[in-house]
Ligand binder design. Structure first.
Ligand code: ADP
Ligand code: ZN
Ligand code: ZN
Length: 839
């Protein structure tokens, strides 16, 4: 067994090697060494999918990670059974990236493979059987019966057969006992053959038959023939409108989509008649799910400020791999990206633009599509498997040299990246929490760029402290834009003081008159309003007025959140849900009320206050389906919504000219949560949502509701002095040992038995104490939520010195410790979750 933590040679296609290390989707932190059979030698390439036997009977699909000549010492290598790819699905750079990711984020390379390769290239399988290559009929000590003989005969003729084939050969339905016996006699292997789950999209098309399309006279005769038959004539005319065969007879070859031709109400039976009469023919083609689109417009001319920033970025790239572009909201960063993307593409390299989440992508994607057309691929989490496979293959084939995508797009099969742009690089959603690999897409992308010798551009109006720190240290280049594009000015802030009031409906308060007046003023001028509600720790719940009962999750130690629309209470940790009870389960009272104010309640109260305003709401509930975001954003953009209430989703990236007022609901909620990053996050979040206001001529108005308007942080946000804010926060980060001064690793110990979980966590701490690197270990402590899905949690936090090889020494030792602990019977079913750079 070849350890991952060795030296890595990536040799590419090499038929001289006798062994291959295979990446398998199993939770074991290694690749597995297999023998390369002589007959497969010419097909072996790094990155190709192969079938191998794993354990006694199982056959798995893996990917060739490495080829070499070192036989494994601890076991005898089995042969590779088959190679599934003619051209590798995965390139050597990707494998190098996977290896790095598994090491850095302390997970298994199989888990990385699982995250990286779309399931359409992986999953679906069919049971097949194959001759066991080690089977020798002459030497076998087991006699075979006639049915078994028949199966073997069939297998000697073709390489593999399916269960169904076996049924046919034997003419019986019960083949399992026969196959089982053949397996026991070591004559065959039974396995799941991986078939690509991907199914191409097939379209029915219509075209003129060959004679008619190429012959003007014939076509005119056809027209004469349909005189007085308006339905047939209409179809013909419409066809000629789409395909002007008179000018270009060759266009006829491609035809038109039948469904589209009939969309405008033409009669299918008339079309059938035309086909019957030999005028049209119908045929089928495989088409892209991702439509071909021509670019519609030239990129915008950069302003002097933008042009200067653009040049500065390029100058930094001459000697820095990474540049941070710190440009206020509305400064026109996207247009600068467009120019850079153009240049890199013109030089023949690939570009990846990362966006934090889909809510953000919709608007920017349509802006970019207009410029790049279908040279640009889009990769996001709401795509189907089939669509993902098409993007994957589009990158492989060179169809897409530029991809816009969410964090998983770092796994696409790029082979010559020239630049990776990470927009809104401060965004927490770049971090994947679950499952492993728990990577941060910004950091991983920077490493990926390094492997490609490519450049990384980080863009943000409110950079992460990590990136700003690196820029300050001179590790990253730094380019700043302090003004908005055009005549737009930065928004004006107002603090609406809620001090002293404890009533629930914030809108009733006199102190929020300001919020009301600003909203009204905007509505009067046909301008638009965004109302932001921070969700964190602020979900609505049901409470009994008489005894104080609240709904609790049965599997987790948390309260259930009330979802008005579905009349349900749900757990946001495990998905458990139940109907809202008619009466209190504890005391029988019927006085159940909703506490806390979610977006639904805010929307409701606002529509009472502004009955004439058209309301919209953007949160998890309203955007669950694939086009939810798009629809809301389209409506908002078209001016069909006056007030849009939303969660985090509305804080990012939106660029709507008519938004002049942004209301921040109960701003204090943003400030108060127990995390070393809370200041940084609050600053970012308020600045970002405020940045949606007044992006054109009219100055934006931002109203923050607060019980605590003197809070330092509001003052800093309003002043917009990011650097000063950073400097102050850094004092504490340094003093209390937090990033970027140290590296954090969080380990969660989980078990269904509280005692076992606690004991395991303490055992881990005892072992970690022996790792000889500079570190501070905190915990183990009961998790902030002590129980999730009936698993008791203990958390440990390790602060590692940033210098030298501290991190790699720690991670290697940790891997060994965890393996050791796992092998102890009492801890066998304990789960340890390692999160590197938690956030
Ligand atoms: P940011 O990403 O920095 O928040 P955007 O790129 O969204 O800023 O730009 C803000 C607005 O200004 C957008 O509507 C954009 O179309 C417009 N804009 C920016 N640069 C230009 C330019 N050079 N020419 C025309 N319009 C521009
Ligand atoms: Zn009660
Ligand atoms: Zn739960």
């Amino acid at each position: 067994m070849e350890s991952l933590f060795g030296d890595h040679e990536f040799l590419g296609k090499d038929s001289g090697n006798n062994f291959a290390d295979i990446i398998l989707p199993v939770p074991i932190p290694r690749m597995f060494t297999y023998k390369i059979p002589t007959n497969l030698k010419s097909q072996i390439q790094i990155g190709s999918r192969v079938m191998v036997q794993f354990g006694k009977k199982k056959v798995l699909t893996g990917i060739i990670g490495k080829v070499h000549n070192k036989p494994p010492q601890a076991y005898e290598a089995k042969p590779i059974l088959d190679v599934l790819d003619i051209e590798p699905s995965v390139n050597p750079l990707q494998i190098r990236f996977w290896v790095w990711m598994a090491e850095y984020y302390c997970c298994h390379i199989g888990e990385v493979m699982h995250a990286a390769v779309p399931s359409g290239l992986r999953l679906s399988s069919e049971s097949k059987i194959q001759l066991n290559p080690n089977f020798d009929r002459e030497e076998s000590k087991y006699p075979l019966d006639f049915r078994e003989e028949k199966i073997l005969e069939a297998l000697e003729k073709t390489e593999e057969i399916s269960y169904e084939d076996c049924e046919k050969i034997l003419g019986v339905k019960t083949i399992h006992p026969i196959l089982k016996s053949l397996v026991a006699k070591e004559a065959i292997l039974v396995y799941e053959k991986v078939l690509e789950k991907y199914t191409p999209k097939v379209e029915t098309r219509i075209r003129l038959t060959g004679d008619i399309a190429s012959n003007k006279t014939a076509l005119e005769a056809v027209f004469e023939g349909v005189q007085g038959k308006p339905k047939q004539e209409s179809i013909l005319l419409k066809y000629l409108r789409d395909i002007p065969v008179f000018q270009k007879p060759t266009l006829n070859e491609k035809g038109v989509d039948k469904a589209r031709l009939l969309e405008e109400g033409d009669s299918e039976s008339s079309l059938k008649t035309l086909i019957k009469n030999g005028i049209f023919e119908s045929f089928k083609v495989v088409v892209n799910r991702l439509p071909e689109e021509e670019p519609e417009k030239e990129p915008a001319q950069l302003s002097t400020t933008q042009q200067a920033a653009f040049e500065e970025i390029k100058t930094h790239f001459e000697n820095k791999q990474t540049v941070l572009l710190h440009g206020v909201t509305g400064s026109g960063k996207t247009e600068i990206y467009i120019q850079l993307i153009r240049e890199v593409m013109d030089s023949g390299s690939q570009v990846l633009l990362l966006l934090p989440e889909i809510a953000l992508t919709t608007q920017i994607v349509s802006r970019l599509k207009k410029v790049f057309g279908s040279q640009m691929g889009v990769y996001h989490s709401k795509y189907s498997d089939n669509e993902r496979v098409e993007v994957w293959n589009g990158v492989l084939s060179g169809r897409f040299s530029f991809v816009v995508g969410v964090r998983s797009s770092i796994f696409l099969p790029f082979d010559s990246l020239g630049m990776i742009i990470i927009d809104e690089e401060h965004e927490p959603s770049y971090k994947q929490f679950d499952p492993a690999p728990r990577f941060h897409a910004r950091d991983a992308a920077t490493m990926l760029a390094y492997f490609h010798q490519a450049k990384t551009l980080l863009g943000s109006a409110t950079p992460s402290f990590e990136s700003f720190f690196n820029a300050n240290q001179g590790k990253f280049g730094y380019v700043e834009i302090t003004h908005r594009f055009g005549d737009a000015t930065m928004p004006q802030y107002h603090l609406a003081d809620l001090a002293g009031d404890r009533k629930k409906n914030l809108l009733k308060l006199d102190s929020t008159r300001m919020m009301r007046e600003k909203i009204q003023a905007a509505l009067d001028k046909q301008e638009q309003v965004l109302i932001f509600q921070n969700r964190r720790g602020y979900s609505p719940y049901i409470q009994c007025e008489d005894c104080g009962w609240t709904g609790q999750c049965v599997q987790c130690d948390v309260s259930l959140t009330y979802h008005q629309f579905a009349e349900e209470m749900r757990c946001h940790y495990c998905g458990y849900k139940e109907k809202v009870p008619q009466s209190c389960p504890a005391c029988g009272s019927t006085q159940l009320t909703t506490m806390g104010m979610g977006t639904e309640r805010i929307e409701e109260s606002l529509s009472l206050l502004f009955p004439e305003a058209r309301m919209g709401r953007m949160d998890l509930d309203t955007t669950r389906n694939k086009y939810g975001y798009q629809r809301l954003l389209d409506e908002f953009g078209a001016g069909q919504i006056d007030i849009l209430v939303g969660t985090q989703m509305i804080t990012k990236g939106l660029d709507f000219g008519k938004v002049t007022v942004v209301g921040i609901w109960d701003g204090d909620r943003i400030l108060n949560f127990p995390d070393f990053r809370s200041g940084e996050r609050a600053y970012q979040q308020i600045t970002q949502v405020a940045g949606r206001a007044g992006r054109r001529e009219v100055q934006g108005q931002v109203i923050i509701q607060s019980r605590n308007p003197d809070n330092d942080l509001y003052e800093k946000v309003i002043k917009g002095d990011y650097f000063e804010f950073f400097r102050q926060e850094m004092v504490d980060r340094k003093k209390f040992y937090y990033p970027p001064y140290v590296k954090l690793v969080k380990i969660t110990t989980r078990h269904s038995d509280f005692k076992v979980s606690e004991k395991a966590a303490h055992a881990l701490h005892r072992e970690m104490a022996n790792i000889g690197v500079k570190k501070i270990v905190l915990g183990p402590e009961k998790g902030i939520i002590a129980r999730i899905k009936n698993q008791y949690q203990f958390e440990s936090l390790i602060k590692l010195d940033r210098s030298g090889n501290t991190q790699s020494v720690f991670k290697e030792s940790l891997a060994k410790i965890l393996e050791e602990l796992h092998s102890q019977p009492e801890f066998r079913s304990v789960r340890w979750i390692v999160d590197v750079d938690p956030s």
